[in-house]
Design a protein. Structure first.
Length: 572
């Protein structure tokens, strides 16, 4: 390369050296006989000092320059920059390329609309915070690859064009020109392929892979995403969890400098729902949910009377919430189909609020004891069917933490969620479906009757959670043909459906399969949390917006009639 140094490496050690720098103009400051330019590349910023013999008339922000000059000590030092003690006395300035006025400033903390940033993503990616996000992502991938290679895993690629199979999210379909009327499906996960690797004797597999799901988007979901996929033969769930735990701890240490020495705690799915209202608890704060039906057995409070099949779910916040904060939380309750969020404020032995003044002395004492109240507090109540009340209170719990600024991005709280239900009931299909996928091994205690007692059946499945986000999950796989057939029967797959969709996979198990288990980690989500970003779009180079559109290229877009004819497709 022509440049001798980057814009982020020159220091007092380089005084009096002749150097060549290339980069973008961040700022031009004209001060009479002496002018200054801040020159930027992805490594940093270096100040240039230019005397009146060199014209800056045609130099503006985001112009690309090459400068030749000598490193000198800076009189007015900026110790916040690595290069802040030096500057370059420019002898020659070469204009490489000009720039029009950019639609937003190339700096951190801009307030530009997200769609504007995505339309000009190549400019957005010039901003230091965005470049740092991609650098963190690159380092994360590097750490992951080194970790697995050093542990004797093999990196193997799996097909992008595969077969559409039931059980899971909606597939993205790709029509085949050479096979009229037939479609490939983009992979939601390399699940079946990686299990075939185990049957192939490739006992330790991993890859960093693109996956695709046609589902509604949110802050931690994109139509195309990247995951770390891994599988181990002659391994059980605990073996996989130990490997993933060691990996996650290493990634966090290498990128954040945070060393997590203790083992990651395990929380059962049932306990997580009971205490936190969801299966991805944020453990950076307390506010555990309690069921208070017993306290209000003989109550005179109308809301808590005649419960029938309803539960009183409550949390205690160790501060007096304002009217505005309570209105905000009530709105969260309504978004979760709960119309009434009752509250009681406790302040110096005085009770107030929508139900606070109606409580009996025994009820007050029991609430204080249950939540161990020792200071002014606000207790929030929801009376609804158990799971409805639980999920709503879980959302309220998370909202409170945000309102009270309890979500420190520099704190990393991990948990394993275990003992998941093997099945979940689909209202849409009016039947039980596999909660994870139909190749997940039932838990030992459910083996005898998992197909007849679906509501209580548990799975050998596990999720790993970081700061309130599920960042990965996996399971022990079924390798016994009898158990596999029972599982297919349990989710209502006919013999024809099994043969059509999974025949090629089931056939492989006739030839000697080792027991195996695996896991997949969502790398976009992990990177989002490691960088403290608001959503995963901030850590993906070219993401789609919340409507699944790329404003820069306008994808997805229409295609020509000729293209459709070649694919034997006619639009309705």
């Amino acid at each position: 390369m022509k440049r001798t140094h980057t814009c982020g490496e020159l220091t007092l050690k380089n005084i009096d050296q002749d150097v060549i720098l290339q980069g973008w103009v961040t700022k031009v400051r004209k001060m009479g006989a002496m002018n200054f330019i801040d020159l930027r590349d992805r490594y940093g910023i270096t100040q240039l000092v230019i005397d009146e013999s060199i014209s800056l008339e045609n130099v503006k922000s985001e112009y690309v320059l090459e400068v030749h000059g000598k490193v000198i000590e800076r009189k007015s030092k900026n110790l916040e920059l690595l290069t802040g003690e030096i500057e370059i006395k420019v002898a020659n300035l070469i204009l490489i390329n000009k720039s029009e006025l950019t639609p937003f400033e190339i700096k951190d903390g801009i307030e530009s609309q997200e769609d504007t940033r995505l339309t000009y993503r190549y400019l957005d990616l010039r901003r230091p915070e965005m470049q740092n996000n991609l650098l963190v992502r690159s380092k994360m991938n590097h750490v992951i690859r080194n970790f697995f290679i050093e542990d004797n895993f093999i990196e193997i690629e799996t097909p992008i064009f595969g077969k559409s199979t039931p059980e899971g999210a909606r597939d993205f379909l790709v029509p085949s020109r050479l096979n009229a009327g037939k479609f490939y499906a983009l992979p939601q996960s390399p699940q079946l392929y990686k299990q075939l690797f185990m049957i192939s004797g490739l006992d330790r597999y991993f890859q960093i892979v693109k996956c695709f799901r046609d589902e509604d988007l949110r802050i931690d979901r994109q139509p195309e995403f990247t995951q770390l996929d891994m599988e181990m033969s002659f391994a059980d769930a605990q073996d996989v969890m130990n490997t993933i735990e060691a990996l996650i701890k290493k990634v966090i240490f290498e990128i954040k400098g945070i060393e997590i020495k203790e083992s990651i705690q395990k929380i059962t799915w049932k306990e997580s729902m009971e205490k936190y209202g969801n299966d991805k608890p944020d453990l950076r704060f307390g506010f555990e949910i309690q069921t208070l039906n017993e306290i209000f057995k003989e109550t005179q409070v109308p809301l808590f009377s005649n419960l029938e099949d309803k539960s009183i779910r409550a949390i205690c916040v160790d501060s007096l919430l304002s009217k505005k904060e309570l209105e905000d939380l009530t709105e969260v309750a309504k978004q979760n189909s709960v119309n009434i969020l009752a509250f009681a404020k406790y302040d110096l032995n005085e009770w107030s609020g929508s139900v606070g003044s109606k409580l009996s002395d025994n009820e007050k004492e029991s609430i204080i004891k249950t939540f161990n109240i020792q200071k002014e507090s606000t207790v929030l109540f929801i009376v609804e069917e158990y799971y409805k009340a639980t999920q709503a209170m879980g959302s309220i719990r998370n909202r409170i933490a945000k309102v009270l600024n309890l979500l420190d991005p520099e704190v990393m709280k991990l948990a394993w969620i275990v003992d998941f239900p093997l099945f979940e009931f689909s209202e849409e299909e009016n039947r039980y479906v596999a909660a994870h996928h139909p190749f997940t091994m039932p838990a030992d205690q459910s083996l005898e009757n998992f197909d007849t007692n679906k509501q209580e059946a548990l799975a050998k499945a596990y999720d790993i959670v970081l700061n309130g986000f599920e960042i990965g999950g996996g399971s022990q796989r079924i390798t016994d043909s009898t158990i596999q057939q029972r599982m297919f029967d349990a989710v209502g797959l006919t013999k024809e459906q099994i043969e059509t969709n999974f025949g090629w996979f089931i056939n492989s198990y006739k030839y000697g399969a080792p027991y195996h288990a695996g896991c997949a980690l969502g790398l976009d989500r992990i990177c989002m949390l490691l960088t403290g970003s608001e959503n995963i779009r901030e850590v993906i180079a070219f993401p789609k917006n919340s409507s699944g559109i790329d404003p820069m290229t306008n994808a997805p877009d229409t295609v020509t009639t000729q293209q459709l004819d070649e694919l034997n497709i006619k639009l309705k």
